[in-house]
Design a protein. Structure first.
Length: 185
């Protein structure tokens, strides 16, 4: 199948399953699930031809495992990254590894060191297990910088860490005092 079609459909799914379901008249439940038949119908009203075959391919071929289809094969949701307030995904709270990494762009550092890492429009700050992944996340916004976060120590101090179904780590915020010393960047 055409890679361009897969990419476009993936972007469309991110948009409606994470951010603006109402843009196509779709309803998500509080766990973020959308009915697949309803999604296909709403998309077709928006002049987008999506069928189950295409959806399954996007889900299976997403390297980041962005989307999940339910066991019943009737529902689909984004694993993480939501901004829509209608969804309140209960991620699994678990003990993090010693270190986690946040990838960002150099131009954000001044504000980050002033205010700490905040989720912005999303529901959580995103962290990765590997510095390489964090590096590629940072690349999306400019000159990448990888911030090393002492996750286990934060957990011991009472911060809650969650892991999404696609292995992205989530935290509500990282206060500035938990950021690595700027001189070490
Ligand atoms: C930055 C992708 C200024 C933050 C990736 C980031 C990820 C601040 C940007 C997932 C700040 C938000 C999430 C502050 C944080 N001042 N800037 N106080 N606090 N920032 O895209 O983490 O392809 O919402 O560093 O792989 O970049 O969508 O978050 O640069 O897992 O599946 O504000 O998105 O996955 O940007 O990326 P984002 P993110 P998908």
């Amino acid at each position: 199948m055409d890679k361009k079609l897969l990419d476009e459909t993936s972007k469309f799914l991110s948009y409606v399953l994470r951010h603006e379901p109402e843009a196509i008249g779709l309803e998500l439940d509080s766990d973020g699930w959308a009915d697949i038949d309803a999604l296909i119908l709403c998309a077709s009203r928006d002049n987008r031809v999506i069928d189950r075959d295409l959806l399954e391919k996007v889900v299976n071929e997403s390297e980041k495992k962005r989307f999940i289809i339910s066991e019943s094969r009737q529902l689909i949701r984004a694993a993480q990254g939501h901004s829509t307030r209608t969804v309140n995904l209960q991620h699994k709270q678990i003990i993090p590894p010693t270190l986690l990494y946040h990838g960002t762009a150099a131009r954000f550092l001044e504000s980050i060191y002033e205010k700490g890492l905040s989720p912005g429009v999303r529901h959580h700050v995103h962290l990765s297990e590997s510095p390489e992944t964090a590096h590629s996340v940072g690349l999306r916004y400019g000159k990448p910088v990888v911030l090393k976060i002492e996750a286990l120590r934060m957990h011991e101090m009472g911060f809650k860490f969650y892991k999404a179904e696609n292995a992205v780590w989530l935290i509500d915020e990282v206060p500035a005092e938990w950021l690595p010393l700027k001189t070490g960047l």
